[in-house]
Design a protein around this ligand. Structure first.
Ligand code: HEM
Length: 219
């Protein structure tokens, strides 16, 4: 498979994940409503995710997208490193590329660590029924609202969820711009608009996800 095809897979799966994050953030805003309405709304949203057949198909697409995005990003990073292994005394690339673009590998790993921990916190418990605890009963019923509120009583989890939104912001800002370029968007003025939209998108997503655990903790 050639370099362009690999980059296109990273771009397309990345764009799909960006759409998922918008939907996911909107749904998680329910957590900020008063408890009387939020508990029922959040739990019925979670039940719909698990039981609606169409949403189940989208969920499988989401898992495949995460796997392909990570896999091809790792392959491209590895091949790029192999192609230019020597470090020069004067690093000219630093002149025309940002710190983020040079460290997308490291930033991507931090985002991946976040996702793995997050899936263990929620997805494994809710979808696979792994682990017991607050909000879960022996008959398999899960009060997802309770699971979430209980997790964010732990200050270490709150810090983890909040601090790791910094690499997520950097990753989304750079990734969104790169995805459009990879897919052939070279118009100069258009790229300037895309750069602004990417920054705005990355800020909304990371601030949104970063403040929810804080607000829940302080409630
Ligand atoms: C305030 C922060 C967040 C909260 C409270 C939260 C909550 C949840 C919950 C409750 C689920 C399980 C949904 C269900 O099946 O009922 C879930 C799944 C998931 N979350 Fe999050 N999430 C947060 C942030 C994030 C972020 C920042 C990402 C990605 C960078 C993410 C990625 C995912 C993925 C990939 C799934 C699996 C989706 C599925 O199986 O359908 N989440 N999250």
């Amino acid at each position: 498979m050639n370099f362009f095809l690999r980059k296109s897979i990273i771009a397309l799966t990345g764009l799909f994940l960006c759409v998922f994050l918008m939907v996911h953030l909107s749904a998680n805003c329910i957590l900020l409503f008063p408890e009387e309405v939020a508990r029922e709304m959040y739990n019925s949203y979670s039940t719909t995710l698990r039981e609606n057949p169409l949403i189940k198909i989208v969920a499988y697409l989401l898992y495949l997208s995460i796997i392909f995005h990570v896999l091809y990003a790792a392959i491209v990073t590895y091949r790029n490193r192999k192609a230019k292994p020597q470090r020069y005394a004067v690093n000219r690339t630093a002149d025309n590329s940002t710190w983020t673009s040079q460290n997308m590998g490291l930033i991507g790993v931090l985002v991946l660590i976040f996702i793995v921990v997050h899936l263990a916190n929620f997805w494994a418990r809710i979808k696979l029924g792994i682990g017991e605890g607050v909000g879960m009963d022996n008959a398999g019923y899960v009060d997802v609202y309770e699971v979430t509120y209980n997790l964010f009583q732990n200050v270490y989890y709150v810090l983890f969820y909040t601090v790791l939104m910094i690499p997520l912001a950097l990753h989304l800002n750079h990734g969104l711009k790169s995805a459009f370029k990879t897919l052939g968007f070279y118009h100069k003025k258009g790229l300037r608009i895309i750069a602004r939209v990417s920054l705005f998108y990355a800020a909304i997503i990371s601030i949104g996800f970063g403040v929810i655990p804080l607000i829940v903790f302080l409630k």
